[in-house]
Design a protein around this ligand. Structure first.
Ligand code: UT7
Length: 322
């Protein structure tokens, strides 16, 4: 049997750090409120001339290098982003050109903050069916571009960044299982209600912004991300104490802590970056995974559960033997 295995990871954060203290000058908020309600202390913001594909390229090159590969080895690129450089071509195609690769398929998936999980699921299926052998999977975002910097309920929560992994075909797993869900009934609770086909005038007048019913999203995120941990454990006949690391979507430390309480996974087994990254949407899980590996916390042979939750609603998880 063929499995997919993570053989390299990479991350990139823009240089500019925006602290909570800086935000106090932008909206009616405080460092105390943001830290207490979300756990966020700072986030990174892309430079004016820095775009999603620029972040993706840096993360991708680091992932390729850490896998001991060159761009020529990549036979599939799948990107996850809600903030693409252009309406089309996909950011994956833009990245493909930057990396000097031509021929293999490159496309984006759209599942907002759960996008990386959806991309991993798709790539895992490509590899298991023999359609790809060495794939690049990226989550990259410049959410700062779709924030209403006068809305304190949303602008304090998000940041920019990119994370990438290389998934290779292997006889040993690897990815043990993937789990995806969506529920479009909740489309209005977390959205940018603007596109090229609808409300296009908001793009023209610069008001295409994230809107969120924070409390309802919070409750849903806790329930969905706790339930999917149990779903992934059950699918593999495992119990929570067999997990070495949980790498959850980084939206709010209170959500992360609540998942830990509900699933029995202790805080010391949970990778947390939300304090320094904020919510980087599709980039949050691969960035956290990369940080855990680079800091020597996540090690080969360990069992890692990654999970995400985002607008749609969409949510997903993957059980991975490193
Ligand atoms: O990535 C996709 C998933 N996204 C999420 O998971 C986000 C989910 N939601 C959340 O993380 C939380 O709901 C928030 C952090 C957005 C808000 O926390 P909360 O504990 O649910 O606060 P709240 O919305 O109930 O607001 C409490 C109060 C309100 O004032 P009143 O009505 O009680 O007078 C808000 O107006 O806090 C006020 N408030 C703020 N105050 C200072 C809202 N935002 C701010 C702010 N600074 N930035």
């Amino acid at each position: 049997m063929i499995f997919s295995r993570i053989t390299g990871t990479g991350g990139y954060l823009p240089e500019r750090v925006m602290t909570n203290a800086e935000l106090e000058k932008v909206v009616d908020t405080s460092d105390e409120w943001i830290a207490a309600r979300s756990g966020i202390r700072e986030r990174r913001i892309a430079a004016d001339d820095e775009f999603t594909c620029d972040l993706a390229e840096k993360a991708a090159l680091r992932a390729i290098r850490s896998a001991g590969k060159t761009p020529a080895d990549i036979d599939l690129i799948v990107g996850a982003t809600s903030t693409p450089d252009e309406e089309f071509p996909s950011t994956a195609c833009l990245l493909q050109e930057r990396l000097g690769i031509s021929g293999p398929p490159a496309f984006d998936v759209q599942a907002v903050c759960a996008g990386f999980l959806f991309a991993v699921d798709v790539v895992d299926k490509f590899i298991r069916t023999g359609s790809a052998k060495c794939a690049l999977v990226i989550g990259a975002e410049t959410f700062s571009r779709i924030l209403d910097w006068t809305d304190r309920r949303t602008c304090v929560l998000f940041g920019d960044g990119a994370g990438a992994v290389i998934l290779e075909a292997d006889e040993e797993p690897g990815i043990l299982s993937t789990h995806l869900h969506s529920d479009g009934r909740y489309k209005d609770l977390l959205c940018v209600p603007t596109g090229v086909s609808r409300n296009y005038e908001r793009i023209q007048d610069g008001s295409a912004y994230v809107t969120m019913e924070g409390g309802e999203v919070f409750r849903w995120a806790v329930t969905a991300m706790s339930d999917i941990v149990k779903e992934a454990l059950d699918a593999n006949g495992m119990t929570h104490d067999q997990i070495d690391w949980l790498v959850p979507h980084q939206a709010n430390i209170r959500i992360i802590n609540a998942i830990g309480r509900r699933t029995g996974i202790p805080d010391e087994k949970v990778i947390v970056t939300v304090d320094r990254h904020g919510n980087t949407s599709a980039a949050s899980v691969p960035l956290a995974l990369d940080e855990g590996i680079r800091k020597g916390r996540i090690r080969p042979g360990q069992m890692v559960l990654i999970e995400g939750f985002g607008g749609g609603f969409t949510w997903g998880a993957a059980m991975i033997k490193m």
